[in-house]
Structure formats: C-alpha cells, structure tokens
Design a protein around this ligand. Structure first.
Ligand SMILES: Cc1cc2nc3c(=O)[nH]c(=O)nc-3n(C[C@H](O)[C@H](O)[C@H](O)COP(=O)(O)OP(=O)(O)OC[C@H]3O[C@@H](n4cnc5c(N)ncnc54)[C@H](O)[C@@H]3O)c2cc1C
Length: 444
C-alpha cells in the first residue's frame, strides 16, 4: 500500500499532536510553520537568570488520556510537578489577598465570600435543574446555581485567569462541560460532585506540571518524536484542491515560493490567520468564513523580578486572581518562582502578571512604560513590595486565546461540513478543540 503524504499547517501544540498522530497511522509527515521554531504560543525564554513562559505556564493533568499521550510522545518523562504550595490560591477582595478555601471548614471560616454569599452557595443542592441550558453563558449558569457573589468573586476571576474572558461571553456547555453535565445528571453540582461515579477516565490524583526549561520543552519533546520534515520560516499562502490531492503553497520572507502536493492536509492555523490563506477548489467554502469567526482578545504578559527581601508577602501559593468588581488593571499574577524551580536567580522572585483580555483589550496594547507602571504599582500594593523591580519584560499577544463562546457549535459544524465535502482536507487548532492544553492534546 502506498504511504499517505500528510502536510500539517502550523506547528503549535495542535499541529504537533496532529503530526504525531499521523505518524502513528504510518503516514509520511511534513510540518510547515511561518515561525522559526515549533510550539506556537508555547514559548519559554531566559533572560538575566529569569525563566519566563510567554504562553501557558502549566498543564493541568487530570485525565488518563492526556497522561497517555504525554507518555507515548516521551514528554511525560521530563515533566516536573508544581510546588505543593501551589494548591493555595488567592483572590483579591477589598484590595487584599484572601486565600481560597481548601475544604468545607475553611469554606465556612474564610472571608472570600460574605456570610450571605456562602448561604446562597449552600442552597445549591435544593435548586431545581435549569431550563433552556443549551446556550447558557457561564454567568447565567453560575448566578442561577451559586448566586451573584460566587459569579463576581469566583467565576469572574477564574475565567479571567484561564481565558482572559468574561463569564457573560463564554458558553457553559463548552467552557466547563463536566460541570454542565453534573447538573444534567444529578440536578445539583454539589450532590453530583459527591455521588458522580463516572470517574474512571480521571487520574486518581491530578497533577499540575511544567518542565525544567519551561513549557517549550513539551513541544520540543513532541517535535523530536516526529520523524518527518519540518519547514520553518515559511508562511502558508495558498491551499488548492488538485486531482484528488491538495497542493500547499508557502513563501519565505524573501518571497521565495515553495509548493508541494499531498494526499492529506491538516490545517491547525489560528482562526484569525485563515482569511490570509487563499483557498482554491474547496467545496462549500462559505464554511471557511464561519471558522474565522472565533473571537480573540489581546493579552499582555508582564514579567517582573524583585529582590526576595523586598517582598512582604510570602508568595506561598499559585498566585492571585482579580475579580472585575475590584476595579484593578491587572487580571492576576502567578508566583512563578514559587511554582517551579529555576524561574529566578537565588535571592530573587519572579511574578508573571496578565493584563487586558476581554476586560480591558486596549490596555493590553498600551506602550511598555504604561504597562510596567500600572503592573508594578498594583502588584506592589497587593504584595507589600518595597523596591522597584530588578528585572522587567513584556510579551504581548495581539490575538491571544480563542473563546469557547456561543458560536463554538457553529464553528464545529462548519469544520465537519468542510471535512465531509473535501476528502483529505482536515481542520484542527485550539479554536476548534478548546484552548486548554489537554483539549489540544486530544485533537486529531
Ligand atoms: C498567554 C497564554 C496563556 C495560556 N495559558 C495556558 C495555561 O496555563 N494552560 C493551558 O492549558 N493553556 C493555556 N493557554 C492556551 C494554550 O496555550 C493554547 O490554546 C494552545 O497552545 C494553542 O495551540 P494551537 O496549536 O492551537 O495554536 P498556536 O500555538 O497559535 O500555533 C499556531 C501555529 O501556526 C503558525 N502559523 C500561523 N499562521 C501561519 C501561516 N500562514 N503559515 C504557517 N504557519 C502559520 C504559528 O506560527 C504557530 O506556530 C494559554 C494561551 C495563551 C496565549
């Protein structure tokens, strides 16, 4: 039998995993990317002894299938676990850091919610199942089941931390499918949490992992496990159907054109890049414009290093998140040098702070001095920092994270239509899988 030639467009985590899976199916793999490296938004960088992750900082390992893929690609052997202190997470309430509860007794004593806010959460098991839940937003779901205060002080900061988005925009069914399902099966989330028996796909203990040299090691390891050709610094410009095959055209920065014909093309380019490619002889091509509709907001990641002695807070946790009701500029910060070893030189600490997203898109695109000024002022006040930073760095993502909003079903339908009517032309990418890394690792 003739070996199928597959071309993967994009070498982010979705492209790499597609390449690895195609290789498992004994296909010959070519991966093409406009950047000079693999990994896409997964990018680690070193400067002055600080190790920064520009994109994801951690991978949350909860499912057996995620662990299996990581093991089979060889990436798991190199993974490191987050400091156990990372189990402690803070939110900002009335301008101060408050640790989130880690059990029922701390839920009762902790001040993350007011007394009436906690009573409202405890009412949850007595509430009926909701109606018309299919397209319900996360905000609608959480305020209905847990109350307005849980929406403002739990859901709102957590979604800023995961998606840099607002709970009003995100669709509950796509954002937290397992929690959505709990209501469907058990009526109540709290009762469902206690009685749900469908846990066989979960690991007995979840892990929060990274790698000694940062998250880039994840994509570097997967890349190494693919034996095919990698073509970097080439931007895909055209994909054309041709006698049952697909011809891919790409250009380097000097305008030199490359093209080749493949049995199969897997496009994992971000949704915001699809319109820049010329698609020829694609049946039902109107579906391509639906795929492009995924919304992305800009996000800036601000890295600040301080002398450990200048910081009053013990930084004994994962970091903190800021509810929108607190009216700050920042979305939250990670205590990066607490999370994993080697993130800062001895005697120094590293904070990674996120700014912008749906809450404040213009601010993410401000000039660097504005960003440094606002972030330094706010983290210094929250963490009791007495000195100026000894290290500063910014990474801005113009189109950061595709949101699992109400249009997600429509985009998946458009993908299925395209794939059914164009044999050999396939689509993946975080705009179709959902952005968390375990979703990406589960893609085709
Ligand atoms: C700041 C940030 C923080 C995050 N934090 C977390 C986290 O802590 N945990 C978590 O689970 N997830 C996190 N995520 C989400 C997760 O990292 C992403 O969903 C995932 O990495 C996206 O992978 P991808 O392959 O879909 O896209 P990308 O990584 O965007 O890869 C797309 C690739 O396509 C290439 N490309 C684009 N256009 C062309 C073209 N015309 N021709 C050729 N190549 C092209 C790009 O160069 C890129 O390499 C975060 C994301 C961001 C941005």
């Amino acid at each position: 039998m003739q070996v199928k030639q597959t071309c993967i467009l994009g070498s982010g985590i979705c492209g790499l995993i597609s390449g690895w899976k195609a290789q498992q199916d004994e296909k010959e793999v070519t991966v093409i990317d406009s950047a000079n490296r693999a990994g896409g938004v997964i990018e680690s960088a070193q400067s002055d002894g600080f190790l920064m992750d520009y994109g994801p900082n951690t991978l949350s390992l909860r499912l057996r299938k995620t662990e299996d893929v990581l093991r089979q690609t060889g990436a798991l052997d190199h993974a490191i676990d987050a400091n156990p202190e990372a189990k402690k997470r803070f939110i900002v309430r009335e301008g101060k850091l408050v640790a989130l509860p880690n059990g029922f007794s701390s839920f009762l004593t902790n001040r993350f919610l007011s007394f009436s806010g906690k009573l409202r959460v405890l009412l949850e098991p007595f509430l009926p199942k909701g109606k018309d839940r299919k397209n319900e937003s996360v905000a609608g779901f959480i305020s209905r089941r847990l109350g307005k205060e849980a929406l403002d002080y739990l859901a709102n900061p957590f979604l800023a931390g995961i998606y840099a988005a607002k709970p009003e925009t995100l669709c509950m069914r796509h954002t937290f499918p397992a929690i959505h399902e709990l209501e469907e099966k058990h009526r109540s989330l709290l009762l469902g949490k206690i009685f749900d028996s469908s846990k066989s796909d979960r690991l007995t203990e979840s892990r929060l992992i990274s790698f000694p040299s940062g998250m880039s090691e994840l994509t570097d390891k997967i890349k190494t496990s693919i034996k095919g050709d990698f073509i970097f610094n080439h931007k895909v410009t055209k994909v054309a159907g041709e006698n049952g095959k697909w011809r891919v055209f790409a250009c380097d920065s000097n305008g030199n054109e490359w093209n080749n014909s493949f049995d199969e093309v897997v496009c994992t380019l971000p949704a915001h890049q699809l319109a820049k490619v010329s698609w020829q002889n694609v049946a039902r091509s109107e579906n391509l414009s639906l795929l492009q509709k995924a919304s992305h907001f800009p996000l800036s990641v601000v890295f600040l290093g301080f002398d450990e002695k200048a910081v009053s807070h013990p930084l004994d946790g994962f970091g903190f998140l800021v509810p929108e009701a607190e009216n700050l500029n920042i979305l939250g910060s990670l205590f990066s040098s607490t999370l994993f070893p080697g993130r800062a030189p001895t005697g120094k600490v590293l904070l990674t702070t996120f700014v912008g997203g749906e809450r404040n898109p213009e601010l993410a695109l401000s000039d660097q001095e504005t960003l440094y000024g606002k972030v330094t002022e706010e983290v210094s006040s929250l963490l009791g920092i007495r000195d100026q930073p000894v290290f500063r760095h910014i990474k801005t993502w113009k189109d950061a994270i595709p949101l699992p909003d109400i249009g997600f079903d429509e985009r998946k339908k458009a993908m299925n239509n395209l794939q059914e009517t164009n044999p050999g032309l396939l689509f993946s990418g975080s705009h179709l899988t959902g952005p968390p890394l375990p979703n990406c690792l589960d893609s085709r």
